[in-house]
Design a protein around this ligand. Structure first.
Ligand code: SF4
Length: 170
């Protein structure tokens, strides 16, 4: 049987390699730094990612969490830092980069409002942007195979789980 968590972490490794390259490439445009939590929120993630992270966190000391003040807050954001940084979800690994994705049959680019304050659309291509659809599609397919292993149809293909639920399961 496929080792889904290992496949997930292989995907994470490839994403980390690419994001590291992109952060270096765009270093003059990127304001991201330790202590900035503008992108942090209670994201919802696919079950395969949720269970893979849960497994990793269960092997470590329990991270500090904080009570949610609003439904949007991430419970792992502690003193403006991520308490599960090494195991944070994929979406958190791409914060701040220029993200290229398809929207209603046209390409769109998303960037943090603090970064890339001075650029032309022509500055970006598939060579220097993060291909969000490509990796999301890989994650979607991996998740599809993963949820098919649950005996009773516990999850549908589009079910997502809020990160905050991890706090009560680790
Ligand atoms: S998991 Fe970490 S990086 Fe992701 S939203 Fe929460 S605090 Fe921020």
């Amino acid at each position: 049987m496929e080792n889904f968590f290992s496949s997930y972490y292989q995907l994470v490794t490839r994403i980390d390699q690419l994001t590291e390259k992109l952060f270096k490439l765009h270093k003059n445009h990127i304001q991201c730094k330790k202590g900035c939590d503008l992108c942090c929120m209670d994201y919802r993630i696919f079950p395969v990612e949720y269970y893979a992270i849960r497994e990793q966190l269960r092997m470590q000391n329990r991270p500090e969490t904080r009570p949610q003040e609003t439904d949007e807050d991430c419970v792992f954001l502690k003193d403006h830092g991520c308490a599960i940084y090494e195991n944070r979800p994929i979406i958190c690994r791409t914060h701040g980069l220029p993200l290229l994705y398809m929207n209603d049959e046209s390409w769109e680019l998303s960037t943090c409002e603090l970064n890339f304050t001075n650029f032309n659309d022509d500055d970006f291509s598939d060579e220097n942007t993060y291909p969000q659809d490509k990796f999301n599609s890989e994650l979607f397919q991996l998740n599809k195979r993963f949820i098919a292993t649950f005996k009773e149809k516990k999850f549908s293909e589009f079910d997502l789980i809020p990160i905050k639920e991890l706090a009560s399961e680790i």
